[in-house]
Ligand binder design. Structure first.
Ligand SMILES: [Zn+2]
Length: 308
């Protein structure tokens, strides 16, 4: 019996292609991403597949490791030598002829940093492989920071991610933090558009706490201080405010006002007004000519927050 992986839909979709992509960028969901990549290559090589799933018993299934090379950062870095070695593996013809596909899987691929940050030698070495991919080769870049990679690299990779499972993990995390179900729903919506890692979720939880404080006029001194100390983060914080308030309004419009009221103790009108103020500060932040601090302070004072 072939076992059923949690990413079966995605797997079947990719197996359904005439031929697989030469490269995949798997953003987020690291343990599952690695599992997916391995399973996918196994499925492609299986000599006796059950439907599209690998049998787990044939010559290739039992020796799946022969078709896969792994790279992961050592001492926090993936070096140009690692990449060259990996590319050589993809280009070599010495792999057992029973395998139709071979794969290079690079974990935490954003660790391809070097002192030569401008030339980004590792990525450029990979680019050569991606431009002229050896027959039957597949490259997997696994990374929680898909935006790290050069556009020229990204454009040659098919992007997949495991968002639902990440959100499930966030949900558990938020439950641990004693958030109510209504709050979790709102936070997850914000996280869905803004999170790429668990650190981001912490940031969003903090930003949302600020947003609620501003709206309710109950921002305490330490929160105020945090806001003033992190002026370089305002663009991100305001983005979270924006998504959060907008989703709160959607709740209002879909008749779930009771839910929102429990979360945001204020009128929808006040939410709209605050959203407009937020839009204004965001506009100002993207230009260089006026004072975002003045605008932020004025937003805070309008909301009757005490200014430290
Ligand atoms: Zn098999």
């Amino acid at each position: 019996m072939a076992d059923t992986p949690p990413y079966l839909d995605l797997y079947q979709r990719e197996m359904g292609r005439q031929r697989p992509h030469h490269g995949y960028l798997v953003g987020s969901g690291a343990p599952l991403a690695l599992d997916f990549a391995t399973y996918f290559v196994k499925g492609l090589n299986c000599l006796d597949p059950r439907g599209v799933q690998p049998c787990g018993q044939c010559y290739c299934c039992l020796r799946e490791y022969m078709a896969i090379r792994h790279i992961e950062p050592e001492k926090g870095q993936i070096t140009i030598d690692d990449i060259r070695e990996g590319s050589d593996f993809l280009e070599s013809t010495s792999v057992d002829g029973n395998f139709r596909y071979k794969a290079l899987i690079i974990e935490q691929a954003e660790k391809m940093t070097s002192s030569d940050a401008v030339n980004r030698v590792q990525e450029n070495a990979l680019l050569k492989t991606l431009e002229e991919p050896p027959e039957g080769s597949i490259l997997f870049l696994l990374s929680d920071v898909p935006s790290f990679f050069l556009p020229t690299v990204r454009s040659r990779l098919a992007y997949i991610h495991f968002q639902p499972l990440i959100l499930e993990e966030y949900r558990r995390h938020l439950m641990d933090l004693q958030f109510s179900e209504n709050e979790i729903q709102l936070l997850l919506k914000v996280a869905d558009t803004s999170c790429t890692s668990r650190d981001d979720l912490q940031f969003i939880v903090q930003a949302v706490a600020l947003a609620r404080g501003i709206l309710a006029g109950t921002l305490d001194e330490s929160s105020m201080q945090y806001l003033m100390d992190n002026a370089d983060q305002w663009q991100r914080i305001l983005r979270v405010f924006h998504v959060y308030f907008r989703d709160a309004l959607v709740f209002v419009e879909t008749g779930k006002y009771d839910k929102v009221y429990k979360i945001l103790p204020c009128s929808p009108y006040r939410i709209i007004e605050t959203l407009q103020d937020i839009a204004k500060i965001r506009r100002i932040l993207s230009t260089t000519h006026s004072s975002p601090k003045f605008q932020m302070l004025s937003l805070l004072s309008k909301r009757r927050c005490r200014i430290a």
